[in-house]
Design a protein around this ligand. Structure first.
Ligand SMILES: O=C(O)CCC(=O)C(=O)O
Ligand SMILES: [Fe+2]
Length: 326
């Protein structure tokens, strides 16, 4: 729910005014997809009056929102699931104990062609779906000097873009489910770098056009800056990024992607490493070949997308969770 929605709901409780409550509830529905009023009325219709249902809805939504903001800092939490609910056979087959240990030790792990994350026909089918979904891609709200990709949020049944909706194909759905299953597989093998995880229903499909050296400058996926340093407005805007603990990327490019000619490598180093201007040798590069999966600690791995000279597609799932700071 956006800040305006929370304020309206809270004003509604205090006044109480049906207009405030209605606007707050519809804002909540728009931003989280959760229709509180409808679900309260549906379940308690027989004995609750409209006002009582409204009051219950307001209290529930304020509590959920405050909890989500406090606990995970993000809107995505309202539309998430526990890892167990997202378990996936292919994730379980590819995320082994060794993979989990490498991730814990290095903060990043790469699964390539030999690890059989996707076979050739699965990659082909996902790529066809990506082509069909390209008209839904939109530029992000970020500064265009920072990143030049276009994105759309997809889940395993629909592609969402504020205005337009369309069905995804089975190829893309398979990849979404695979990415969403990773957390459960890691936990099964004892991953403990973070805990109390939640898996968003939506993952991001991103396209770097490849015409003009499109890239993404070096950054951390988790936002670790305090409200005092960044100001209230930026803090609220960064809420999705504040709860991130793991980044899981699946590349949907041709399996013979060549970084020499197409660029587009994912380069990374650990937090505290040399900065972006330093010698390139302090950065490690990963080729975004189709079927390659990269999992990394969103709070520890600084990364960037090198300029792209061919169209480049990546599907990314950000897992939310808690970290015990020492
Ligand atoms: O596509 C990639 O390799 C990484 C993209 C990225 O860093 C991001 O979207 O945050
Ligand atoms: Fe990133």
């Amino acid at each position: 729910m956006d800040l305006g929605g929370v304020v309206l709901l809270r004003l509604g409780v205090l006044t109480p005014s049906r207009a405030y409550v209605r606007r707050g509830l519809s804002s909540c529905h728009r931003t989280t997809g959760f229709d509180i009023k409808r679900s309260v009325q549906k379940h308690y219709k027989s004995w609750l009056s409209f006002d009582a249902a409204m009051a219950a809805a307001v209290v529930t939504s304020c509590t959920l929102h405050s909890y989500a903001t406090y606990r995970y800092g993000g809107r995505d939490v309202m539309d998430s699931q526990i890892p167990f609910a997202c378990r996936n056979v292919r994730s379980d087959a590819t995320i082994t104990e060794n993979v989990t240990q490498s991730l814990s030790r290095e903060g990043i792990v790469v699964l390539e062609l030999d690890d059989a994350v996707l076979n050739a026909s699965e990659l082909k089918s996902a790529r066809q779906d990506v082509t069909a979904a390209r008209h839904l891609l939109v530029t992000t709200g970020n500064d265009s000097n920072v990143r030049q990709d276009k994105v759309v949020r997809v889940n395993s049944t629909v592609i969402l873009d504020e205005e337009k909706e369309g069905l995804t194909g089975v190829g893309l759905m398979f990849c979404v489910d695979l990415l969403r299953g990773v957390t459960h597989s890691l936990l099964e093998h004892g991953y403990i770098e973070s805990h109390t995880h939640l898996v968003p229903r939506h993952v991001q499909l991103a396209e770097y056009g490849g015409d003009d050296g499109e890239h993404y400058v070096s950054h951390l996926d988790a936002c670790l800056t305090s409200v005092w340093e960044m100001g209230l407005q930026s803090y609220m805007q960064s809420r999705d990024a504040r709860g991130r603990v793991l980044t899981c990327i699946l590349y949907l490019n041709p399996s013979d992607w060549d970084v020499e000619t197409s660029g587009g490598a994912l380069s990374y180093q650990h937090v505290g490493g040399a900065d972006a201007d330093a010698d390139a040798s302090t950065w490690t590069s990963i080729s975004p070949r189709g079927g390659t999966m990269v999992i990394f600690d969103s709070r520890r791995i600084v990364h960037r997308v090198e300029p792209c000279y061919s169209t480049r597609h990546a599907l990314t799932c950000w897992i939310m969770g808690q970290v015990d700071d020492v």
